[in-house]
Design a protein around this ligand. Structure first.
Ligand code: ADP
Length: 349
């Protein structure tokens, strides 16, 4: 194998640039030219008017400057065309035209599916898990998850200070799509009193009861941590009617949100104030923490070595603290287990 390519795909995650730097350093060491493919699989479909907008030779000079940067220098995007076999043939043709012999793909499970399809078409691929959600069960670490938890932990601590000053409970909303891990670890790290995640059924009445218990104990600065995907596991509740009946403005069909939940709990628990904060994209745009950057460094080097040695169709991960690799299809079959014990502990203390 001579020339290789690298792309970042799906949602961006802190540590993606650090991985690209490690890949570039390793490729240089092994005498393998490296091409950066822009905006996930889109770059391979050559949709831009300028080739430099799709594909870019990566030199050490360029990537050394991006190693510690958040976001992804290569850009990232979803690429719906890639679900279509016809477009995947176009991608393979681009790789042949560019004489790219193998790919490192940094992304989540969707991006891994794309990599498997490319392997079936004879393009060797190795994947690095890059997603803040931590929704890949085969690995103990994904690039960005630890950083996202640190950002949320800082957010809860800051919010708690103002909660304390004003005797005002607060809801903090974390990302994670359908995975509650960021919220779970944040709640544990901050000693938050109430946790709401998509993995566990919950009701607004149940949360109000827990909050009332905290208030009764004198904890007027209770923190509720919730994961953005938790609305899917909520017991039905007519928030529109409830809010209208309590004199709040709410338009018909408006989805439930942290802001609305704060209003509902305020009325249910007879409080003067209840506030919410959505941590949002600061979780994705944060500087990678040392743990994520360290993983990126090892994973980037291993990915290049695997391609150099003709090993393909693999994902890199961490098991018992050690970086390892396994076939993509086997990794995607590993079932995710939510730490129900920790969830119950947070909600019971
Ligand atoms: P993530 O990689 O973070 O899970 P997505 O699920 O959005 O993000 O997937 C990223 C991209 O991977 C998609 O936009 C698409 O280009 C590609 N992809 C996802 N699923 C498949 C699939 N089944 N076959 C081929 N490509 C896929």
């Amino acid at each position: 194998m001579r020339k290789i390519g690298v792309l970042t795909s799906g949602g961006d995650a802190p540590g993606m640039n650090a991985a690209v730097m490690s890949i570039a350093k390793s490729a240089t060491m092994y005498g393998m030219p490296l091409v950066g493919i822009k905006r996930g699989y889109n770059g391979l479909l050559r949709k831009s008017t300028s080739v430099y907008d799709d594909l870019q030779e990566l030199y050490l000079d360029t990537v050394l400057d991006i190693a510690d940067q958040p976001g992804t220098y290569l850009r990232t995007a979803r690429c719906t065309e890639f679900l279509d076999p016809k477009w995947r043939e176009v991608a393979v043709q681009t790789l042949h035209n560019m004489e790219i012999d193998g790919l490192v793909i940094i992304g989540g499970d969707g991006s891994f599916q794309g990599a498997m399809r490319l392997c079936e078409l004879g393009i060797p691929c190795v994947c690095i898990p890059g997603t803040i959600d931590n929704d890949l069960a085969y690995t103990e670490m994904t690039l960005g998850y630890e950083t996202a938890v640190n950002v949320c932990t800082d957010a809860v601590r800051a919010v708690r200070a103002t909660s304390r000053s004003h005797d005002r409970p607060h809801i903090v909303e974390c990302m994670g799509r359908h995975c509650g891990d960021i919220a779970l670890k944040t709640a544990c790290a901050t000693g938050s009193e109430i946790l709401i995640v998509p993995e566990m059924r919950w009701s607004i009445e149940q949360i109000a009861t827990r909050l009332n218990k905290q208030l009764f104990k004198g904890n007027t600065r209770t923190t509720i941590v919730l994961a953005e995907g938790c609305w899917d596991s909520m017991e039905p509740f007519d928030h529109y009617k409830f809010l209208k009946d309590h004199g709040e403005t709410c338009y018909e069909g408006e989805p439930i949100s942290s802001e609305r939940l704060a209003s509902i709990l305020k009325h249910m628990c007879g409080m003067v104030e209840m506030r919410h904060t959505v941590v949002g994209y600061t979780q994705r745009g944060a500087l990678p923490c040392a743990k994520d950057s360290g993983f990126a460094f090892e994973a980037g080097n291993l990915a290049v070595r695997l391609l150099r040695d003709g090993v393909s169709n693999q994902v890199i991960g961490v098991k018992q603290g050690q970086v390892f690799y396994m076939p993509i299809q086997d990794a995607l079959r590993v079932e995710k287990h939510f730490r129900r014990d920790l969830y119950e502990l947070v909600n019971s203390l």
